[in-house]
Design a protein around this ligand. Structure first.
Ligand code: UDP
Length: 403
């Protein structure tokens, strides 16, 4: 049994994903920690207290506890969080002095800063998982402050192990942050196959009260990075009047509400009223019904470190049309399990979508191969890999950027 402090400063595994700051990382931390607990580890997830009235701690299941750490006003915007990292770190330190652990596992750069300080102060090994990287986001025009880049660089330089979710992320860490490849472990995320598995499209549509006609699906936070505009324009370019688009998710980030408004304006201006539905965020496992109902799942992200949505869709046998970026390059095997599209031209996404809608045999072969390929991604195999990483770092000389 390994005692692990999982640092997740900015977002809680107990929060509904699909809007605000909650998305793949919440699912990742929840499923991972649950699987680690099932293989016998004892994990406490430290989260900033993000609302009034939250209990000090929540026992989720044996070996999986969430501690809400007060640090700054509850309703701080994500952009303000760097100012409370020190306070958060002080409080986590007090917890860990009373309740010691053997491993620090930091998620996202803010927690990485906490983990880095605590690593030195408490003499503990640090595992870092970044989820997104500022220099990679910058490549597609999403600029982050230099302070984040500097902080990420420091955390990269002093982590005992960095987990990358794909070969692409490994290369990004090496080329953009000069990370030592010997200290990077590829640990791909998983999907819960008990829920995300192929099933009756007809039944799923009936359950969702959908009528006939091709259905395109977009799942995720509505923010510029995710390319919901490309999804809407793809529907517009399809030239199939009975096709519909369903968007499942809510607004996120400073631009979030404006992005939802812009999306409605775009739908209006393209004359797609009545053919696009925006459904508010759904409980994670319920999404399987949406994936099963879809003819095509669109993932047109500008950048994507992994892309859980593409994996979940694949696991349910929904053919994916994804952008040719980041982890989607690993997840979507072009022409075999889905189609990848270079660039952001909706005409190209529409052409890829049409290929699937017009050719039932092609669609069926993508669907079967995608769901087969998805079976190799499980949270339990991820937990086993990570557990081996924890074992290794506990017995090796620590990396020390101060030495
Ligand atoms: N999600 C969800 N309910 C929703 C919308 C999204 O549970 O209504 C989940 C989705 O199943 C996926 C995660 O949010 O697991 C999004 O992860 P992804 O890696 O695709 O994007 P990220 O949020 O990390 O940018």
């Amino acid at each position: 049994m390994t005692r692990v402090a999982v640092l997740s400063l900015h977002t809680s595994p107990l929060v509904q994903p699909g809007s605000g700051d909650a998305g793949g990382m919440n699912v990742y931390v929840r499923e991972l920690v649950s699987s680690l607990a099932q293989v016998g580890d004892d994990c406490t997830v430290y989260v900033r207290r993000w609302a009034d009235g939250l209990p000090e701690s929540v026992d989720v299941e044996p070996g999986f506890k969430v501690v809400h750490v007060p640090a700054g006003p509850v309703d701080l915007a994500k952009e303000q969080l760097p100012h409370i990292v020190d306070e958060f770190t002080d409080r986590v330190r007090a917890h860990l002095e009373a309740d010691p652990v053997e491993i620090l596992h930091a998620n996202y750069w803010l927690s990485g800063v906490t983990g880095h300080r605590l690593k030195h102060e408490l003499d503990l090994p640090l595992i870092s998982t970044f989820h997104t990287l500022a220099r990679v986001k910058a490549e597609t025009g999403d600029l982050e402050p230099q302070s984040r880049i500097d902080a990420e660089s420091d955390v990269v330089a002093c982590s005992d192990i960095i987990t990358a979710n794909s070969v692409t992320e490994l290369h990004e860490l090496v080329t953009h942050y000069n990370a030592d490849p010997a200290r990077i472990e590829i640990v791909p995320p998983g999907v819960d196959h008990a829920f995300f598995s192929p099933g009756s499209r007809h039944g799923a549509r009936e359950a969702l009260g959908l009528s006939g006609g091709p259905l395109l699906l977009f799942v995720g936070r509505i923010q510029p990075l995710k390319g919901v505009d490309v999804a809407v324009r793809t529907l517009g370019s399809l030239d199939m009047p009975d096709a519909k688009l369903m968007i499942v998710g809510g607004s996120s980030g400073m631009e979030g509400d404006r992005e939802v408004e812009r999306t409605w304006d775009l739908i209006d201006s393209l004359g797609l009223d009545g053919r696009v539905t925006i459904v508010s965020p759904q409980p994670h496992h319920v999404l399987s019904t949406y994936y099963r109902a879809a003819d095509v799942c669109l993932v047109p992200s500008r950048s994507e470190s992994f892309g859980l949505v593409a994996l979940e869709a694949a696991a349910c046998g929904a053919p994916v049309v994804a952008s040719d970026v980041g982890g989607l390059r690993t997840l979507v095997d072009h022409e075999r399990t889905g189609l990848r599209v270079s660039g952001r031209d909706p005409e190209d996404y529409a052409a890829a979508t049409r290929r699937i809608l017009d050719d039932e045999m092609f669609a069926a072969s993508l669907s079967v191969r995608a769901s087969e390929a998805a079976t190799s991604y499980t949270w339990s195999s991820m937990a086993n890999r990570l557990n081996r990483v924890y074992e290794t770092v506990r017995h090796q000389a620590p990396v020390d950027c101060l030495a």
